[in-house]
Design a protein around this ligand. Sequence first.
Ligand code: ATP
Ligand code: MG
Length: 301
Amino acid sequence: MVAGDRPAVGAGPARLARTIAVASGKGGVGKSTVALGIAMAAAERGVRTVLVDADLGMANLDIMAGVRSAHSAADWLGGRVTLAECFVAVAPRMWLLGGASGLARMADLSPAQRQRLVEGLSRVASHVDLMVLDLGAGIGAGTLELAGAADRVLMVTTPEPTALTDAYGFMKACVRGGRRAGWNVACSMATDAADGARAVERLRRAVARHLEVDMHDAGSVPDDSSVRRAVRAGRPLLAAEPASPAARAIRRIEGSLAGLPEPSARPDLFSALAARLGVRVAGAMAAAMGGAAITGASMPR
Ligand SMILES: Nc1ncnc2c1ncn2[C@@H]1O[C@H](COP(=O)(O)OP(=O)(O)OP(=O)(O)O)[C@@H](O)[C@H]1O
Ligand SMILES: [Mg+2]
C-alpha cells in the first residue's frame, strides 16, 4: 500500500470528525460541485477529510473527482470487501467513499448491515477531522435522516425560484423532524455576488419567518464555465482551475463554514444513526474513541 493513500490511524484517543451534509431540494443545482470543492478546500488547509457519496440515485462523485475505485461502500455493506478497500485518495489528506447510497436507504438494510454501517463510519470518523456527505436531491427518508443528524447542513440552491422553493420544502421537512440549528446556505450558479446574496436572503427570510430557523449565509458560487470544463475533463475544479472565480468562491464558502463556532451540543451523526437504526453503539463508540482495536496502520477493517 502506498503511504498516504488511506487516512492514517493515529494512536491514542481520537475525536469524531465534524460532519456536514450538503443537501438541496431540487437536483442539478451544483451540490456535488460544492461538496467536492469544500472537501478539497478543507484538505488544502490541512484538514483530513472524507467525502462520502451518499446520493441514492446516481453516485457520480468519483467521475467528478477524477478517480476510480474498484469497490464501493455497497460492496462493503454486502460483506464482499473491507471498508479500507472502498476509499480512494483524491488529493493529499482527502479521500472519497463512493457508492454509499446505503446510507440513504438505511431503513432497508439488514440488522447486520446497519451494525456494519454505523460501526464502520464511526471508525472512519475517528481517523479524520471532517466528513462531508453529498446527499441526493429531494426529501427521501434516508436523506432527511442524514441531514437531521449531521453536525451541520449546507443547503445548496440556485437563484431560480424553483430551486429556492424546493430548498425551503426540504428544510421544512427537516425542521419538522426536529433539526433547528446548524443550518447554512450557499447559492450556486449566481450571475454575480449580488444575485447570490439576494437569493440567499430570500431563503433566509422565508425560513426565519415560517420555520423560525436561523440560517448562516455561507456565500455564493458564480456561474462559471470553469465548472463545466472541469466536470467534462473529469477533474476536481480546485485542482483543474484553482484560480477560477468558482474555485475561489468555494474556498471562501469552506472558510466561512470553518469559522463558525462549534455547533451546540447534540448527539453526533453516528450516535444518532445508531439510535435511529436500533444499533447498539457500545462497541462502535468505544472503538471510535480510540480503543485498541483501531491503533493499526491503516483504515479499520
Ligand atoms: N457554479 C457553476 N457554474 C456553472 N456550471 C455549474 C456550476 N455548478 C454546477 N454547474 C453545472 O451543473 C452541473 C450539475 O452540477 P452538480 O453535479 O454539482 O449538481 P448536483 O446538485 O450535485 O446534481 P444532482 O442533483 O444530479 O446530484 C455540473 O455538471 C456543471 O455542468
Ligand atoms: Mg450530485
